[in-house]
Design a protein around this ligand. Structure first.
Ligand SMILES: [Zn+2]
Length: 449
């Protein structure tokens, strides 16, 4: 089964949605040459100027699903545009959206296939001037409302319930640029009722004003896991401390997750160049059913799907997600380049599986992927609907073949160089392979793609 992780899960594999997103994107590509007067507000240097930044203040009452949110956003468009489009959960009423560069805004439902199962609206912002990457715009948002579990988009690991609320990208609780792939840094203060605890990516601290989270590493979302029954299982014997957050899962499960994650991180720390951009790992284990059973990884944070058991499949899942801590940069997951994100994570998970459970398990995994990849097209004909067969099956099979061909030592240099150079495209990957191996090997691999 294809791993369901990363925020783009459904989007990658549902061509209808992809088509719709493509449609919603079109108005963004309106070019202009007018220069603006507004300058980006002064920022602390930890947040790169070239990246969109969200400063979020939110009050959340998980028992009723009540949200009050305000955001100061510095939005850096990817290209020149005089229109911006954002997605936001439809239950939220927009009280204010303003900024020097805002001419006006309008909202429309985000529908596809005639059915609105995503409970999401599009907010189209007409700008008074053209924004471009070196001349971003500032937007202030204020909105609120009640997020009910029956209105959670049925496309990811979101859930709203009294004792466990989980808001990954798919909940769209903060405005997301409509291309989905836009990345941002953030600092957020989340005010929760007493006794509720918060887990997220980035730096996390409980302060007098609420839970403070910040991430200076651009990411696709601001995930929140909130519970008043949060329990912890810690594992600190490995190279990175691991904390498993759960809502009363059996010891056998939390111990398995914590210890295996620690072992897997040690393995990766020894294999890969550089760090995983984190000095600790938080893993959440949902005690309730979420919209879909999916797992995902962010910097220093892994949210595991619900309904897991301490077994080999879970080991493989943790190994896959943990590999993303080293493979989350530069790659556009809505493209053929998702190879660099998913195929490497999957292949590393197989190798971890081989070490922990033996070669016959590895061979079975390989045979299954070969079968799944039989009808896969070339990576150059990538479409969202082929991504399962390509990035999760054909890709790791090709990496296996490459590993066999060039040997462990060169393969490791190859991986180290990809990470060192932050390579995010197939072309870049082939070029690196040419440097590490030889021209014949890189052409052989390129043809196989
Ligand atoms: Zn993955």
């Amino acid at each position: 089964m294809v791993q369901r992780d990363k925020l783009y899960n459904l989007l990658k594999r549902n061509s209808l949605v992809y088509f719709f997103i493509t449609l919603t994107l079109l108005p963004l590509f309106i070019f202009g040459c007018q220069s603006g007067e507004e300058s980006p507000s002064a920022k602390e240097s930890i947040y790169p100027d070239s990246t969109t930044h969200y400063r979020v203040d939110a009050e959340i009452k998980p028992a009723s699903g009540q949200f009050e949110v305000s955001i100061d956003m510095r939005f850096v468009p990817d290209e020149s545009t005089d229109t911006l489009q954002f997605l936001l959960h439809d239950s939220f009423k927009l009280d204010e959206l303003k900024g020097q560069a805002v001419e006006n805004y309008s909202t429309s439902p985000w529908r596809f296939g005639g059915k609105d199962t995503v409970h999401t609206k599009i907010i189209t912002v007409a700008l008074a001037r053209t924004a471009n990457p070196s001349d971003p715009v500032s937007l202030t948002w204020k909105y609120g409302g009640q997020l009910r579990n029956e209105q959670i988009p049925a496309i990811g690991g979101a859930v709203v319930s009294e004792h466990w609320t989980e808001l990954p990208f798919e909940a769209i609780w903060i405005p997301q640029e409509a291309s989905i792939g836009h990345r941002f840094t953030f600092e957020a203060t989340i005010d929760l009722p007493e006794n509720y605890e918060l887990v997220s990516t980035g730096k996390l601290a409980e302060t007098a004003e609420g839970w403070h989270i910040q991430s200076a590493i651009p990411g696709p979302d601001l995930p929140l896991v909130i519970s008043d029954q949060m329990q912890k299982r810690e594992f600190s014997k490995g190279s990175l401390p691991v904390t498993v957050y759960h809502g009363g899962a059996p010891d056998s499960l939390t111990t398995f997750v914590a210890e295996r994650a620690g072992q897997i991180l040690d393995r990766y720390a020894g294999r890969f160049q550089g760090g995983s951009e984190t000095d600790e790992l938080r893993i959440t284990v949902a005690p309730v059913e979420r919209a879909t059973s999916s797992s995902y990884a962010r910097t220093g944070f892994i949210a595991l799907k619900h309904g897991i058991e301490p077994n080999m499949s879970l080991y493989e899942l943790i190994a896959h997600e943990a590999a993303h801590l080293w493979w989350t940069d530069s790659v556009n997951p809505m493209s053929r380049h998702n190879f660099l994100n998913e195929s490497f994570a999957e292949h590393e998970a197989w190798l971890a599986l081989q070490e922990a459970y033996g070669d016959s398990v590895y061979q079975e995994r390989l045979a299954k992927a070969r079968k799944n990849a039989q009808k896969a097209p070339s990576f150059y004909d990538w479409k969202p609907r082929f991504d399962g067969a390509l990035s999760y099956n054909k890709g790791p099979v090709l990496l296996h073949e490459l590993h066999q061909r060039i040997g462990e030592s060169d393969y490791r240099v190859f991986v180290e160089k990809l990470q060192e150079k932050n390579v995010g495209t197939l072309g870049g990957m082939i070029a690196v392979l040419g440097e590490v191996a030889d021209a014949e090997t890189s052409s052989w691999f390129e043809e196989k793609l």
